[in-house]
Design a protein around this ligand. Sequence first.
Ligand SMILES: [Zn+2]
Length: 136
Amino acid sequence: MRNINEIIIHCTDTYEDMDVDIELIRKWHVEERGWSDVGYHYLIKRDGSVETGRDIDRPGAHAVGHNAHSIGVAVAGGKARGDESPTNFTQAQWDSLEDFVVSLVAQFPAANVIGHNDVSSKDCPTFDVKQWWGEL
Ligand SMILES: [Zn+2]
């Protein structure tokens, strides 16, 4: 197994009424970006269910400069129309994200929980992950 020192949270940058699943994102990443597989290791769907993407033994493709030693978890949503907030995740997703990240940290106690926006200038995942994690 790789040495994991970061768990990086993402959003899929899709609208709240888009029920994206790992197969759709795999299709985008493979067919449109030419990658070997979906870039994320896990996806939390709008209903809160967790889907497995790329095998965690393999580096992901989700955060430039951080892929080798991290696990990428994406939450479906994060894109707004008009004046809506992009932070449009369902309560089921918040609950599931919390449970799932707790279980990952139990497996990888040395890993810091951060957002994509902590390591890049992107807005992804549209909220302050360190603050969210710190308040749990
Ligand atoms: Zn991201």
